[in-house]
Ligand binder design. Structure first.
Ligand code: NDP
Length: 419
């Protein structure tokens, strides 16, 4: 049915590529292109002969728009799947626009260099206007709406689990369960254990920037920002048990606040163990999470990049991670004039993921929806021109595909609420 150019070949892309290869009727041909071509070649070698999908590989520096344009022109894909890093979102979108080809990604734009004065000026204005200070936000990509509309192409933003599936859950709840949704609590629980004292489950730089930022939530039409990890709750998760979770800023809150009419409050909680928090605070206190280069013996070093080199590669955590994840959304609202509560969630087992595609469940729960989002675009089930987040499309085919391709969802009509 189609041909996809997949940029990136890390933990998440590895899963998405496995899933595309299980779904050869839709993904007839894929090209895996990344900064380190050897990783693309190694994955191709692993998959060749076990799939009907025709795989080719290439080297690309996706920070360079012209390189991406040249690659798109030579491969002529129907879709570009950006599963590299958020730093590359804008260059890849620009290249898609130049070549009039559909685009998708799994995380919204943030700059690699947050000391860049031009970016900083826009960022500081946004912090003041919007009231949250995370380094990432949708404004950079939403700025492309008109251009994508005029070019007649689609950009699907953030088709991972959170963002991604969580927004499909919101659209599904609104379509099938509620007349109005009043509150959404997104709960992301990783009950897995990899046996290391400290490791991150996806790209360490992106992950540590996210979780060390101030927390924030949406309430009554505006953002409320609080110090990092200052709001803590305990919750009993199905098939995982009781865990401490902390309120974080998260990107899908921004789009859901715009797209779920009348919603009064949206919060995001993620579980962390005490050891993770202790390590993170210590690294932060000594400056290891800094993105500002320091001069060490005549060489410029970015502390968080050096830390990444020391930490275990998230893509390699699969064999040693046991336990389950449980990620979902709890809704309150009204149906037929009556108060109602509803919980949609997925439980995923780290070792089952490892057996199937050689990864842990965090890469799996992100890589499957990346494939599913791409499938929506390639099959034309989602086909409006412009720049959209997941909740702006019909959730039904996406939800059906999640059940089929490895992330079945469960529901509860009487969930315990978070206070
Ligand atoms: P990894 O660091 O494992 O992989 C990133 C890949 O991108 C690597 O193959 C890397 O190449 C490649 N890459 C980096 N820079 C460039 C460049 N300039 N040009 C070409 N390729 C490049 O990250 P993850 O797989 O853990 O994460 C991938 C994405 O998924 C991130 O954007 C992350 O934020 C997002 N994510 C989304 C989630 C969600 O639920 N929505 C959850 C988890 C992650 P190299 O091998 O050379 O380093």
């Amino acid at each position: 049915m189609g041909r996809a150019l997949i940029i990136g070949c890390g933990g998440v892309a590895g899963v998405a590529i496995h899933k595309c290869c299980q779904n050869s009727a839709v993904f007839e041909e894929i090209m895996i292109a990344s900064r380190t071509k050897a990783k693309c070649d190694a994955l191709k070698e692993k998959l060749d002969g076990k799939t009907d999908t025709k795989i080719t590989t290439a080297q690309v520096n996706a920070d360079n728009k012209d390189e991406v344009v040249a690659l798109i022109k030579s491969y002529q894909p129907d879709l570009v799947m950006n599963i590299a890093l958020p730093y590359q979102d804008l260059t890849i979108m620009e290249a898609c626009l130049a070549c009039k080809v559909n685009y998708m990604d799994t995380a919204n734009y943030e700059p690699e260099n947050i000391d860049d004065p031009a970016w900083r000026a826009v960022y500081e204005k946004r912090c003041q206007k919007e009231g949250f200070s995370a380094y990432f936000d949708y404004s950079w990509q939403w700025a492309y709406r008109k251009k994508f509309e005029e070019a007649g192409i689609t950009a699907l933003l953030g088709s991972g689990f959170d963002p991604g599936v969580t927004q499909a859950y919101c659209a599904y709840a609104l379509k099938h369960e509620f007349d109005t949704i009043e509150s959404i609590d997104i709960l992301d629980c990783n009950g897995g254990d990899h046996g290391y004292a400290f490791a991150t489950n996806f790209n360490p730089e992106i992950n540590l920037r996210e979780v060390s930022a101030p927390g924030s939530y949406w309430e009554n039409g505006h953002w409320v920002e609080v110090p990092a990890m200052s709001i803590k709750r305990a919750y009993h998760f199905d098939q995982v048990g009781e865990k401490d979770m902390y309120l974080l800023h998260h990107e899908e809150i921004e789009s859901l606040a715009k797209n779920i009419p009348g919603v009064k409050r949206i919060r995001f909680f993620m579980t962390f163990g005490q050891s993770y928090l202790d390590h993170m605070r210590c690294l932060e206190d000594v400056g290891m999470l800094s993105t500002t280069p320091v001069n060490y013996e005549g060489k410029e070093i970015v502390p968080i990049q050096f830390l990444k080199a020391l930490l275990p590669d998230p893509a390699g955590l699969g064999p040693r991670t046991t336990g389950k994840t449980n990620i979902g959304c709890i809704f309150t609202g009204k149906k037929d004039g009556k108060d109602k509560t509803y919980y949609l969630y997925n439980v995923c087992d780290h070792q089952e993921c490892y057996k199937e595609v050689g990864s842990q469940a965090i890469s799996y729960t992100t890589g499957v929806p990346a494939m599913v989002g791409a499938m929506m675009l390639l099959t034309g089930k989602w086909n409006k021109a412009g720049v959209f987040t997941v909740e702006e499309f019909d959730p039904d085919p996406y939800m059906e595909a999640l059940n089929k391709w490895g992330l079945p969802w469960q529901e509860s009509h009487h969930p315990v609420l978070v206070d």
